[in-house]
Design a binder for this molecule. Structure first.
Ligand code: SF4
Length: 371
């Protein structure tokens, strides 16, 4: 699966590649064709070489093969001679869920996941925005190794391309993309927005704005910044508790941003887009899954036109605070959903994916690091 044009193309905006072509003495108009084909093939493969399709002027394909990442930081270039990410590990579950561990130029690793849709020709992707995470959600595997650094826009795009390649290889189309992997996307907003601009743009990734969801643990200034950015994407807010006390036990961010402030910011996003925000709620046995919790959640959301996504927990072992969280039983989860629906809320279960692999965010990375 080695691309025959440089994978560094993932790190170029259209304007940057046009500028580079001009500097080489070629027409900048070739840049749009090169990037469009590069993205369409998931960054290219041995079977589908973007350069071969394009009838490029003499010498240009070779130059594109040798292209390096623009403005590569001195820290990255000192650590590695390879500008692009490579595959460090790959797990495929019985349900077809495929988890990739990508090794970055500085040898750090991030996870990305491809999830087959029930429709045979489609799939959904989940990508990371940071290496590690500083948010400290107590039930999460990623945060156990702490925060290392933000991903660049190019590294985020590389994950998208890797998932698109995986999808193409099994006859599926990568249909939607969520920023729900490692990290808090709203704390790396500049790079996330730059990546979304390339992934969604019809001239490049062509995924479509509405196919992309940014998920946050509830960073109020970040939600407002996303609103101000004006991109036509979806927003998901990970609430995981209906009251500030329970939330602060699970998510340290709960002490900083009260639920009322988070929902007010979500209201502002929703008002600016006219599409429902999704509330993510991971059901944890005996922690946040009682009928009282469900009723409080329904009251807190009230008449807002938001959807509740109920998540099945994938256990991650001992937490930072020394707890061992368990998923709610099926009966408890169904009763929780029924209460929300009695209160006229739209509540769905998100299917648990890849239970026979390291499904929880951060698990594959930790296992690979300790192997
Ligand atoms: S759940 Fe998300 S935001 Fe929370 S620690 Fe894990 S990666 Fe970070």
């Amino acid at each position: 699966m080695t691309p025959r044009v440089s994978a560094a193309l993932a790190h170029y905006t259209l304007a940057e590649l046009e500028h580079q072509l001009l500097a080489w003495g070629y027409k900048p108009t070739h840049a749009a064709r090169v990037l469009r084909t590069f993205y369409a093939t998931g960054g290219g493969s041995q079977r589908e070489d973007p350069a071969e399709h394009l009838r490029l002027p003499a010498g240009l394909a070779e130059k594109l093969q040798a292209l390096s990442v623009p403005s590569l930081s001195s820290q990255l270039s000192a650590l590695s001679s390879s500008p692009a990410s490579s595959l460090a590990a790959r797990q495929v579950a019985a349900d077809g869920t495929t988890k990739l561990l990508l090794r970055l130029a500085d040898t750090r690793t991030v996870e990305s996941v491809l999830m087959p849709d029930f429709r045979a020709d489609r799939a959904a992707g989940c990508i990371s925005s940071q290496v590690g995470c500083a948010m400290g959600c107590d039930f999460c595997a990623t945060t156990k190794t702490g925060f290392e650094r933000n991903l660049t826009a190019g590294e985020i795009v590389e994950q998208f391309l890797a998932l698109r390649r995986e999808a193409l290889a099994v006859g599926r189309r990568l249909q939607t993309l969520v920023f729900m992997g490692m990290g808090e996307p709203l704390l790396n907003l500049d790079h996330v927005l730059a990546a979304i601009n390339r992934i969604a743009d019809n001239r490049l990734g062509a995924l479509g704005w509405r196919q992309i969801t940014v998920s946050t643990v509830g960073i109020v200034p970040g939600i407002d910044a996303l609103t101000a950015a004006g991109l036509n994407v979806h927003l998901a807010v990970s609430l995981h508790a209906p009251d500030d006390t329970t939330r602060a036990q699970l998510l340290p961010m709960g002490k900083r941003f009260p639920i009322a402030d988070i929902l007010a910011a979500a209201d502002r996003f929703q008002a600016s887009r006219g599409r429902p925000v999704t509330i993510q709620y991971c059901l944890l046995r005996g922690v946040n899954d009682s009928p009282d919790h469900a009723r409080t959640l329904a009251t807190v959301i009230g008449a807002r036109r938001m959807h509740v996504n109920l998540l099945r927990y994938n256990p991650t072992g001992l937490s930072l605070k020394g707890h061992t969280y368990e998923p709610s039983s099926d009966d408890t989860a169904e009763a929780f959903a029924a209460i929300l629906r009695e209160h006229k809320l739209v509540a769905h279960f998100r299917r648990s994916r890849g239970p026979d692999i390291d499904a929880a965010c951060g698990q594959l990375r930790r296992r690979t690091a300790s192997a």
